[in-house]
Design a protein around this ligand. Sequence first.
Ligand code: MLT
Length: 237
Amino acid sequence: FISSQSFQEEELREKTVVVIDVLRASSTMVTALDNNAKGVIPVADMDDASKISQNLNSPNFLLSGEKNGVKIEGYDLGNSPLDYTSDVVKDKTIILNTTNGTKAIKRASLAKEVVIGSFLNLRTVVDYLQKVESEIVLVCAGWHDRLALEDLLCAGNIIYELTGGSLSSTAQDGAKVAFGLYEKFGDDIEGTIKSSNYAVRLKDIVSEEDLLYCCQRNIMQVLPAMNEGIISDIHGK
Ligand code: MLT
Protein backbone atom coordinates (compact mmCIF):
# COMPACT_ATOMS: atom_id res chain seq x y z
CA PHE A 1 0.00 0.00 0.00
CA ILE A 2 0.98 3.61 -0.10
CA SER A 3 1.36 6.27 2.52
CA SER A 4 2.34 9.89 2.84
CA GLN A 5 4.44 11.10 5.75
CA SER A 6 1.44 10.82 8.01
CA PHE A 7 2.26 7.17 8.68
CA GLN A 8 2.94 5.92 12.20
CA GLU A 9 6.55 4.82 12.51
CA GLU A 10 5.45 1.63 14.26
CA GLU A 11 3.29 0.46 11.32
CA LEU A 12 6.38 0.03 9.14
CA ARG A 13 7.79 -2.77 11.27
CA GLU A 14 8.46 -5.95 9.21
CA LYS A 15 7.62 -4.09 5.96
CA THR A 16 9.74 -3.33 2.92
CA VAL A 17 9.61 0.42 2.47
CA VAL A 18 10.35 2.38 -0.69
CA VAL A 19 10.93 6.07 -0.01
CA ILE A 20 10.13 8.23 -3.04
CA ASP A 21 11.17 11.87 -3.32
CA VAL A 22 11.41 12.39 -7.07
CA LEU A 23 12.17 16.13 -6.66
CA ARG A 24 14.91 15.77 -5.74
CA ALA A 25 16.32 13.81 -2.78
CA SER A 26 15.72 10.30 -4.21
CA SER A 27 17.02 11.30 -7.64
CA THR A 28 20.10 12.87 -6.06
CA MET A 29 20.90 9.76 -3.99
CA VAL A 30 20.45 7.45 -6.97
CA THR A 31 22.71 9.67 -9.09
CA ALA A 32 25.39 9.92 -6.39
CA LEU A 33 25.54 6.14 -5.99
CA ASP A 34 25.50 5.59 -9.74
CA ASN A 35 28.54 7.86 -9.86
CA ASN A 36 30.24 5.66 -7.26
CA ALA A 37 29.74 7.61 -4.09
CA LYS A 38 30.61 5.23 -1.25
CA GLY A 39 27.38 5.86 0.61
CA VAL A 40 24.78 8.41 1.62
CA ILE A 41 23.94 9.15 5.25
CA PRO A 42 20.47 10.74 5.41
CA VAL A 43 20.04 13.18 8.29
CA ALA A 44 17.01 14.95 9.69
CA ASP A 45 18.52 18.38 10.36
CA MET A 46 21.69 20.48 10.53
CA ASP A 47 22.55 19.42 14.10
CA ASP A 48 22.37 15.78 13.11
CA ALA A 49 24.55 16.55 10.06
CA SER A 50 27.27 18.30 12.01
CA LYS A 51 27.35 15.59 14.73
CA ILE A 52 27.75 12.87 12.11
CA SER A 53 30.44 14.78 10.22
CA GLN A 54 32.42 15.22 13.46
CA ASN A 55 32.12 11.52 14.34
CA LEU A 56 32.91 10.17 10.90
CA ASN A 57 36.61 10.16 11.55
CA SER A 58 37.42 10.55 7.88
CA PRO A 59 37.96 13.59 5.67
CA ASN A 60 36.40 11.71 2.79
CA PHE A 61 32.88 13.07 3.12
CA LEU A 62 30.74 15.82 1.62
CA LEU A 63 28.21 17.79 3.59
CA SER A 64 25.23 18.25 1.30
CA GLY A 65 21.68 19.40 1.24
CA GLU A 66 19.10 22.12 1.03
CA LYS A 67 16.48 23.94 3.01
CA ASN A 68 13.34 24.67 1.00
CA GLY A 69 15.31 24.03 -2.18
CA VAL A 70 18.25 26.35 -1.42
CA LYS A 71 21.76 25.00 -0.75
CA ILE A 72 22.61 25.28 2.94
CA GLU A 73 25.30 27.89 3.57
CA GLY A 74 28.70 26.36 4.22
CA TYR A 75 27.76 22.97 2.75
CA ASP A 76 29.83 21.42 -0.05
CA LEU A 77 26.84 20.66 -2.27
CA GLY A 78 23.17 21.52 -2.56
CA ASN A 79 20.55 19.05 -3.74
CA SER A 80 20.81 19.27 -7.52
CA PRO A 81 21.48 15.74 -8.82
CA LEU A 82 23.43 17.33 -11.68
CA ASP A 83 26.11 18.40 -9.19
CA TYR A 84 26.74 14.83 -8.03
CA THR A 85 29.11 13.98 -10.86
CA SER A 86 31.67 11.21 -10.64
CA ASP A 87 34.62 13.59 -10.24
CA VAL A 88 32.88 15.17 -7.24
CA VAL A 89 31.38 12.17 -5.41
CA LYS A 90 33.47 9.10 -6.31
CA ASP A 91 34.47 7.21 -3.11
CA LYS A 92 32.97 9.93 -0.93
CA THR A 93 30.42 9.48 1.85
CA ILE A 94 27.66 12.04 1.45
CA ILE A 95 25.89 13.41 4.50
CA LEU A 96 22.57 14.50 3.01
CA ASN A 97 20.17 16.87 4.73
CA THR A 98 16.99 17.71 2.79
CA THR A 99 13.66 19.33 3.60
CA ASN A 100 11.46 16.27 3.19
CA GLY A 101 13.22 13.29 1.62
CA THR A 102 15.88 12.51 4.20
CA LYS A 103 13.41 13.15 7.04
CA ALA A 104 11.02 10.56 5.54
CA ILE A 105 13.89 8.06 5.34
CA LYS A 106 14.82 8.65 8.98
CA ARG A 107 11.20 8.13 10.01
CA ALA A 108 11.16 4.77 8.24
CA SER A 109 13.97 3.36 10.36
CA LEU A 110 11.79 0.70 12.03
CA ALA A 111 11.09 -0.97 8.68
CA LYS A 112 12.55 -4.36 7.84
CA GLU A 113 14.28 -2.72 4.90
CA VAL A 114 14.30 0.69 3.25
CA VAL A 115 15.11 1.26 -0.42
CA ILE A 116 15.10 4.48 -2.41
CA GLY A 117 12.90 4.86 -5.49
CA SER A 118 12.79 7.39 -8.30
CA PHE A 119 12.01 7.39 -12.01
CA LEU A 120 15.75 7.07 -12.70
CA ASN A 121 16.00 3.59 -11.14
CA LEU A 122 12.35 2.51 -11.35
CA ARG A 123 12.90 -0.77 -13.21
CA THR A 124 15.58 -1.89 -10.75
CA VAL A 125 13.30 -1.12 -7.80
CA VAL A 126 10.39 -3.01 -9.42
CA ASP A 127 12.60 -6.04 -10.15
CA TYR A 128 13.67 -6.06 -6.53
CA LEU A 129 10.13 -5.68 -5.17
CA GLN A 130 8.93 -8.58 -7.31
CA LYS A 131 11.10 -10.88 -5.18
CA VAL A 132 10.16 -9.42 -1.82
CA GLU A 133 7.89 -11.48 0.43
CA SER A 134 7.07 -8.92 3.09
CA GLU A 135 4.35 -6.30 2.70
CA ILE A 136 5.48 -3.30 0.65
CA VAL A 137 4.90 0.30 1.68
CA LEU A 138 5.59 3.12 -0.76
CA VAL A 139 6.31 6.28 1.23
CA CYS A 140 5.82 9.44 -0.80
CA ALA A 141 7.94 12.11 0.88
CA GLY A 142 5.81 15.03 -0.36
CA TRP A 143 6.42 18.59 0.79
CA HIS A 144 5.98 19.63 4.44
CA ASP A 145 3.46 16.84 5.03
CA ARG A 146 1.53 17.62 1.85
CA LEU A 147 1.13 15.34 -1.07
CA ALA A 148 3.45 15.87 -4.04
CA LEU A 149 2.14 14.85 -7.45
CA GLU A 150 5.53 13.68 -8.76
CA ASP A 151 5.98 11.24 -5.86
CA LEU A 152 2.51 9.79 -6.25
CA LEU A 153 3.01 9.49 -10.01
CA CYS A 154 6.24 7.54 -9.47
CA ALA A 155 4.51 5.33 -6.88
CA GLY A 156 1.72 4.74 -9.42
CA ASN A 157 4.29 3.76 -12.03
CA ILE A 158 5.85 1.24 -9.61
CA ILE A 159 2.43 -0.23 -8.78
CA TYR A 160 1.51 -0.36 -12.47
CA GLU A 161 4.66 -2.34 -13.26
CA LEU A 162 4.28 -4.62 -10.23
CA THR A 163 0.71 -5.50 -11.17
CA GLY A 164 1.29 -5.77 -14.92
CA GLY A 165 -1.14 -2.89 -15.41
CA SER A 166 -4.05 -4.61 -13.73
CA LEU A 167 -4.74 -3.64 -10.13
CA SER A 168 -6.96 -5.82 -8.00
CA SER A 169 -10.23 -4.29 -6.75
CA THR A 170 -9.16 -5.25 -3.22
CA ALA A 171 -6.03 -3.04 -3.35
CA GLN A 172 -5.59 -0.28 -0.80
CA ASP A 173 -7.20 3.10 -1.58
CA GLY A 174 -3.78 4.79 -1.76
CA ALA A 175 -2.54 2.25 -4.29
CA LYS A 176 -5.70 2.77 -6.39
CA VAL A 177 -5.24 6.55 -6.36
CA ALA A 178 -1.57 6.32 -7.39
CA PHE A 179 -2.35 3.71 -10.06
CA GLY A 180 -5.16 5.86 -11.49
CA LEU A 181 -2.93 8.91 -11.52
CA TYR A 182 -0.31 7.01 -13.44
CA GLU A 183 -2.89 5.71 -15.92
CA LYS A 184 -3.99 9.30 -16.55
CA PHE A 185 -0.62 11.08 -16.68
CA GLY A 186 1.98 8.32 -17.17
CA ASP A 187 2.55 9.08 -20.83
CA ASP A 188 3.51 12.68 -20.09
CA ILE A 189 5.66 12.63 -16.97
CA GLU A 190 7.62 15.73 -18.00
CA GLY A 191 4.53 17.83 -18.72
CA THR A 192 2.85 16.69 -15.50
CA ILE A 193 5.89 17.45 -13.36
CA LYS A 194 6.50 20.81 -15.05
CA SER A 195 3.06 21.93 -13.89
CA SER A 196 3.36 20.46 -10.39
CA ASN A 197 3.21 22.55 -7.20
CA TYR A 198 6.92 21.89 -6.68
CA ALA A 199 7.87 23.27 -10.11
CA VAL A 200 5.83 26.40 -9.55
CA ARG A 201 6.95 26.88 -5.93
CA LEU A 202 10.66 26.53 -6.67
CA LYS A 203 10.74 28.00 -10.18
CA ASP A 204 13.32 30.62 -9.18
CA ILE A 205 15.49 28.11 -7.33
CA VAL A 206 15.39 24.76 -9.11
CA SER A 207 16.32 24.71 -12.81
CA GLU A 208 14.16 23.18 -15.52
CA GLU A 209 17.19 21.03 -16.32
CA ASP A 210 16.91 19.48 -12.84
CA LEU A 211 13.19 18.79 -13.32
CA LEU A 212 13.69 17.16 -16.71
CA TYR A 213 16.62 15.14 -15.43
CA CYS A 214 14.48 13.66 -12.63
CA CYS A 215 11.74 12.65 -15.11
CA GLN A 216 13.97 10.22 -17.00
CA ARG A 217 12.93 6.61 -16.56
CA ASN A 218 15.21 3.64 -16.06
CA ILE A 219 18.52 5.26 -16.90
CA MET A 220 20.29 3.84 -13.83
CA GLN A 221 20.46 0.37 -12.35
CA VAL A 222 21.09 1.40 -8.81
CA LEU A 223 19.26 -0.01 -5.79
CA PRO A 224 20.00 2.26 -2.84
CA ALA A 225 19.29 0.46 0.42
CA MET A 226 19.75 1.43 4.04
CA ASN A 227 22.05 -0.52 6.32
CA GLU A 228 22.89 0.79 9.80
CA GLY A 229 22.12 4.37 8.86
CA ILE A 230 24.05 4.36 5.58
CA ILE A 231 22.49 4.04 2.12
CA SER A 232 24.54 2.19 -0.46
CA ASP A 233 23.94 0.43 -3.76
CA ILE A 234 22.96 -3.24 -3.30
CA HIS A 235 22.07 -3.89 -6.95
CA GLY A 236 23.54 -7.21 -8.03
CA LYS A 237 24.69 -8.05 -4.50
C1 MLT B 1 13.15 17.46 -0.35
O1 MLT B 1 13.76 16.73 0.45
O2 MLT B 1 12.05 17.93 -0.12
C2 MLT B 1 13.72 17.82 -1.68
O3 MLT B 1 14.86 17.14 -1.90
C3 MLT B 1 13.77 19.30 -1.90
C4 MLT B 1 14.63 19.69 -3.06
O4 MLT B 1 14.35 19.32 -4.18
O5 MLT B 1 15.66 20.33 -2.90
